[in-house]
Design a protein around this ligand. Structure first.
Ligand code: NAP
Length: 252
């Protein structure tokens, strides 16, 4: 049986891939054989170097995803530069911390726009292209433990990531018949910029580590297996799931 995880000849679009989880997943997709379009507001030089060192092609699109304007052009450029779009990874995301009692409209809108609104319209633009090509495709959204739990002092983040789990299901329902798989990964606690404040807070750091059965923060490379699975034909009959990759956090 040919390797069901092989992505040779596939094109992936990954948002927010200059650092952190996006970089880890972009490199994992390239290791599995995919060429990768990297979309974000900061130049992803290190990620490009890692992908090219694997012998794969990398194409960069600099764009601020705080607005969904222009997502159609991002998909069109991916297709013209790399020859198609088979995989979309909606990774770019932000978090704002403040007591709910003091939370502002700006803190609400900034998070919801990047984490949910742009994710939806980029998925729509990619799905239109996947339907047009007749080849279907794979869409993987990056959710969170706060797709399952409430969290504290991050109301717009919890709303957005709970929304990501819901959107993953509705889009799977609507697009499965077109050969498009829509699923999500819910990372646990990973050592990236997004969690820098938690890692630096000695009390929170000890509390978090004490609850993770694996006993350590996740490394971006820990998402490699899950992203390749959900981006490959190995997951052709998997639809609408939010897969925790959390060192056992939710099992506690
Ligand atoms: P990160 O290191 O802060 O990376 C976030 C990425 O998103 C960066 O590439 C960032 O670009 C990009 N981004 C943010 N706003 C953007 C915008 N307006 N336009 C374009 N790109 C934008 O965080 P991370 O931990 O890797 O997070 C990646 C995803 O995983 C997020 O959706 C996050 O919510 C989710 N997540 C993370 C954890 C964790 O423990 N780390 C856990 C659960 C879920 P810049 O560098 O230019 O800001």
């Amino acid at each position: 049986m040919a390797n069901p995880f092989d992505l040779t000849g596939k094109v992936a679009l990954v948002t927010g891939a200059n650092t952190g989880l996006g970089q880890g997943m972009a490199v994992a997709l390239a290791e599995a054989g995919a060429d990768v379009c990297l979309v974000g507001r900061s130049a992803p030089d290190e990620t490009v170097a890692k992908i090219e060192a694997l012998g794969r092609r990398a194409h960069v699109i600099l764009a601020d995803l705080c607005s969904a304007d222009g997502v159609g052009a991002i998909v069109a450029e991916t297709v013209s530069a790399l020859g198609g779009i088979d995989i979309l990874v909606n990774n770019a995301g932000i978090i704002k911390r403040n007591d709910s009692i003091d939370f502002t409209f700006d803190e609400w809108d900034a998070v919801m726009n990047v984490n949910l609104r742009t994710l939806f319209f980029l998925s729509q633009a990619a799905a239109r292209e996947m339907m047009k090509s007749g080849k279907g495709g794979k869409i993987v959204n990056i959710a969170s433990m706060l797709s399952f739990q409430g969290g504290i002092r991050v109301p717009s983040y919890t709303a957005s990531k709970s929304g990501v789990a819901g959107l993953t299901k509705i889009l799977a329902n609507e697009w499965a018949g077109h050969g498009i798989n829509v699923n999500a990964i819910a990372p646990g606690y990973f050592a990236t910029n997004n969690t820098a404040a938690l890692q630096a807070d000695e009390t929170r750091n000890t509390e978090i580590l004490g609850r993770i059965p694996a006993g350590r923060w996740g490394d971006p490379s820990d998402l490699g297996g899950a992203i390749v699975f959900l981006a490959s034909r190995a997951s052709d009959y998997v639809q609408g799931i939010t897969l925790p990759v959390d060192g056992g956090w939710l099992a506690r």
